[in-house]
Design a protein around this ligand. Structure first.
Ligand code: PFF
Length: 538
């Protein structure tokens, strides 16, 4: 098999690219939202347990599997799985590692478009909508087409806001241009300047938030320290803390957040690592990328959003249940509006989200590109065009069926949550039991600049799979087997009664079948190449 032609330009480049994939909307929107939902401090307990038991070990697993596969000449997950597991089914298991990122991309790029639009609107001073929270909600709903399907095309604010469709299209093109330029000249180049820039933006915003003090003397309770306390303190004296800790839902959400945030369990890291050289360090690189992500999430994301919302809106605000995008797109604009220098901070915040989202969405395309190029032998232009077409259809579906963001929600749940658990479990078993934890560890340690303690082997072999299976079991039980408070909100009900949900699930099935066919064709080509090699050796 030919050695892969693509390679990273430098070690820092690959670390920044993995970190770029990890740092995204999850760090600055999803994490604070979850922390606020579970009153901050308590949430950090399952969060850190999941980081230690799942996040870091699984990241090492993916880096090792990826570099191993790369050394065997493969960059696509079907190829990599095939090189590790000599079983006819192995490459087909790689389908998840391709469709998960590709289908997450289909809605992620829509949200990326919102970030770009909001940042420009701040830049041009068009985001001052008044002081009524409802106005921000109405604005968001009109912009994303929440009230009626097909209305994301209209624009509530005029230029330079444009419509959500227009901004999504711009982001779509930006991503594909960068992907077309390749690994080192596209992804690595962009991450090299976008990552430091986004950290600078976050630090400026952080300084603003940490110097807010008590902006309204008439409400002395709403001050910085109480805001930070709300995010970080654990109130062990009350019953609530212990009740939360016994709630499986919180543990599920915490481990889901770790996966989502570290981009682990998606097939991304494994693809990126396959472009490394055989003896490049992966142990420290993985740890550095994970640490960078945690810094952005906990230290930057965690210190900015919730304390800022607390200071201006008070504790009562958090007692109301919020949907996923409320905090970022409805609440924060209202908060920025009340803050001195709010317009500039608003611009920086949404610009930072935009940069973070692009570095993440780029990574979602690479696994499929790797398959199309190495499996089917397509040239860059053809692989980018084909993937562009497939993702454009999916994104159009998400953007058109915008009413209550149903298509987006369906993809997020079935692909972005359910499939990730399956794939993560598969990969950790592949490493711990098929490749063998000893061989896997040897791979991990080759060229390593740190020594990883031996107990990590035990964690990877026994603790991580058990933890994953237990969480998965609890989750299935909770989602499908318990009697829900509101039956209309269950997926079973939605599948039976909601046409958009049915259509989206049908679309997921079509994409899975399409990629299975592409993998089958790739396997045929790999086999033919291997046979030819054997013949030549005779
Ligand atoms: N890690 C990204 C974030 O925190 O926003 C999200 C993400 C990136 C999800 C890459 C999936 C993926 F394939």
């Amino acid at each position: 098999m030919d050695r892969p032609k693509e390679a990273w330009g430098s070690r820092l480049g690959v670390i920044l690219a993995v970190m770029g994939s990890a740092v995204g909307l999850g760090n600055f929107l999803r994490f604070p939202g979850l922390a606020a939902q579970y009153e901050g401090g308590v949430f950090m307990i399952p969060y850190f347990v999941s980081l230690l038991v799942l996040g870091l070990p699984l990241a090492w697993v993916e880096w090792s599997l990826g570099r191993y596969g790369g050394s065997q000449g493969y960059n696509s997950t079907p190829g990599i799985y095939r090189s590790v597991w000599k079983n006819r089914l192995a490459p087909y298991c790689g389908v998840l590692a391709i469709i998960i990122p590709v289908m997450i991309y289909m809605f992620y790029v829509f949200i990326e478009g919102w970030c770009l639009a909001y940042s420009l609107r701040y830049l041009f001073g068009q985001m001052d909508l008044g002081d009524k929270p409802q106005l921000y909600e109405n604005y968001f709903n009109a912009f994303v087409g929440w009230n009626e399907n097909g209305t994301a095309i209209s624009s509530p604010g005029g230029w330079p806001l444009g419509s959500a469709v227009l901004f999504t299209a711009v982001c779509f093109v930006v991503n594909f241009v960068l992907i077309y330029r390749g690994l080192a000249k596209g992804i690595e180049w962009f991450c090299r300047w976008a990552m430091p820039l986004l950290v600078v933006c976050a630090i400026v915003i952080l300084i603003r938030v940490l110097t807010l003090g008590t902006p309204n003397p008439a409400l002395p309770e709403q001050n910085l320290f109480n805001g930070l306390g709300y995010m970080w303190n654990i109130d062990v004296s009350g019953e609530k803390c212990w009740l939360s800790l016994c709630d499986p839902q919180m543990w599920l959400e915490a481990s889901g957040q770790i996966f989502f945030s570290l981009s682990v369990g998606f097939g991304i890291v494994i693809t990126y690592a396959s472009y490394m050289k055989k003896d490049d360090d992966i142990a420290l690189s993985s740890l550095t990328a994970s640490a960078g992500n945690e810094f952005c999430e906990v230290a930057l994301g965690g210190l900015i959003i919730v304390p800022a919302a607390f200071i201006f809106l008070g504790k009562e605000f958090f007692s109301k249940p919020q949907d996923t995008f409320s905090l970022g797109f409805k609440t924060l604009p209202n908060v920025f509006n009340q803050m001195p220098f709010g317009q500039m901070i608003g611009f920086l915040f949404f610009f930072l989200l935009f940069l973070a989202a692009v570095t993440s969405s780029l990574s979602m395309l690479q696994p499929a590109i790797a398959l199309l190029e190495e499996g089917l032998g397509l040239r860059r232009r053809a692989s980018v065009a084909l993937l562009g077409f497939i993702t454009a259809v999916g994104t159009a579906l998400v953007v058109y069926f915008s009413k209550e963001l149903t298509a987006l929600d369906t993809l997020n749940f079935w692909v972005g949550t359910l499939c990730i658990f399956v794939l993560a479990t598969f990969q950790v078993i592949l490493y711990g039991w098929v490749l063998g934890v000893d061989r896997g560890f040897e791979e991990l340690q080759r060229g390593a600049e740190i020594r990883i303690p031996r107990f990590v082997k035990f964690i990877i072999k026994y603790v991580s799979p058990t933890y994953l299976l237990v969480i998965f079991g609890l989750w299935i039980h909770q989602q499908f087997l318990t009697i829900p408070a509101d039956p209309e909100k269950t997926w079973l009900h939605k599948i039976q009664h909601n046409g958009v949900v049915q259509l989206t699930l049908g679309f997921i099935a079509v994409v899975i079948v399409l990629f299975l066919l592409l993998i089958a064709q790739s396997v045929r080509r790999w086999r033919a190449a291997e046979r030819a090699e054997k013949e030549a050796a005779k």
